[in-house]
Design a protein. Structure first.
Ligand code: NAD
Ligand code: UDP
Ligand code: UDP
Length: 316
């Protein structure tokens, strides 16, 4: 018996980030239970893990109670791309809020540590740049992104109230835009959209003037951050930003993708969606200091790996 082996629950484990996390936790010798309702996740993302006797999948919606015996919980269940989370906005808020209550209730009963996948969207369209954890954010409560942003903000509130009221050991990561293999090809996120369009020789759809910025973190770097945050011996009475501070315009990203795929695609401009944040860049001072973590994979290197993945699924 491996003395460091833990039984770990990953909700949303069949999704993009969750599947990479399950893989890393299994590689480290843990037992992993993946709970997912397969709304945006896919069996394909975890099929390579299914033969592992330390891996188990449960089809379950986290808005319903869940009774299991585990040692740690990573709560990732929630659609993450605007196209998916706006498809059924009420269910998105329920997943964030009721899902958090159920997973916190589980952690409280078992007296175990619980990690929440929060988001840079809690900063909304930020007036402070880059965004440190102290920045309180500017979210439109009524817009089409609110179901996600406010759901995640309320989940954070619940995590910190369970910490204060019940002494729960919580970890809250504010994740900035992340990309890599197993992103959903049709989820409308910018990296997957541009790569798929470039590989198919279709027009590259830049929204607005393309001068809005995002900072993109490669999935392997992010998962390393998750594991360090979860296992840090420090009490984490603050959320922690996890993301890559390298900031790019969407036009710059489109040009990079065209060049890396040697594509003949042309850039076309489409209207900017409502409440689309103008700029976003994480201040990762806290993650560096408390977790000794920072990303190492540059955009070009990460894009090449991601293009490789999409070539297999789009062109085959
Ligand atoms: P994803 O859509 O690929 O994965 C989400 C997973 O949760 C899917 O497998 C989906 O089927 C599952 N799910 C959704 N609703 C559920 C429910 N009610 N019950 C059980 N399972 C449910 O998205 P992702 O990019 O892997 O994101 C994972 C988490 O990280 C999400 O909580 C997201 O908000 C957060 N996050 C992601 C990013 C990013 O750039 N990828 C940025 C910030 C935050
Ligand atoms: N819960 C769960 N699994 C557990 C324990 C609790 O899903 O092992 C759910 C349960 O449905 C409850 C929620 O978590 O409604 C919150 O639990 P808590 O103990 O905080 O509150 P209460 O049970 O008093 O509502
Ligand atoms: N975007 C774009 N073309 C696309 C998809 C997205 O120009 O085909 C833009 C979008 O308007 C936003 C940025 O890219 O400014 C990032 O969008 P994404 O949906 O990936 O993430 P989020 O807006 O949630 O950060």
């Amino acid at each position: 018996m491996n003395p460091i082996r833990k039984k770990i629950l990953v909700t949303g484990g069949a999704g993009f980030l969750g599947s990479h996390l399950c893989e890393r936790l299994l590689d480290a010798g843990n037992e992993v239970i993946c709970v997912d309702n397969f709304f945006t996740g896919a069996k394909q993302n975890i099929v390579h893990l299914l033969g592992n006797p330390m891996f188990e999948v449960i089809r379950h919606d986290v808005t319903f109670p869940l009774y299991l015996e585990v040692d740690q919980i990573y709560n990732l269940a929630c659609p993450a791309s605007p196209v998916h989370y706006q498809f059924d906005p009420v269910q998105t808020t329920k997943t964030s809020v009721i899902g958090a209550i159920n997973m916190l209730g589980l952690a409280k009963r078992l007296k175990i540590r619980i990690f929440q996948a929060s988001t840079s969207e809690v900063y909304g369209d930020p007036e402070v740049h880059p965004q440190p954890e102290e920045y309180k954010g500017a979210v439109n409560t009524l817009g089409p992104r609110a179901c996600y942003d406010e759901g995640k903000r309320c989940a954070e509130t619940l995590f910190f109230d369970y910490q204060r009221q019940h002494g729960l050991d919580i970890r809250v990561a504010r994740i900035f835009n992340t990309y890599g293999p197993r992103m959903h090809p049709n989820d409308g996120r910018v990296v997957s959209n541009f790569i798929v369009q470039a590989l198919k020789g279709e027009d590259i759809t830049v929204y607005g003037d393309g001068l809005q910025t995002r900072s993109f973190c490669y999935v392997d770097d992010l998962v390393e951050g998750f594991i360090r945050l979860m296992n840090s011996k420090e009490n984490m009475l603050t959320p922690i930003n996890l993301g890559n501070p390298g900031e790019f315009t969407m036009l710059g990203l489109a040009e990079k993708v065209i060049s890396l795929t040697a594509s003949k695609s042309k850039i076309v401009f489409k209207s900017l969606p409502a409440d689309d944040p103008l700029q976003r860049q994480p201040d990762i001072t806290k993650a560096k200091r408390l977790l000794d973590w920072e990303p190492h994979i540059h955009l070009e290197e990460g894009l090449k790996k991601t293009i490789n993945y999409f070539e297999k699924i789009v062109l085959s």
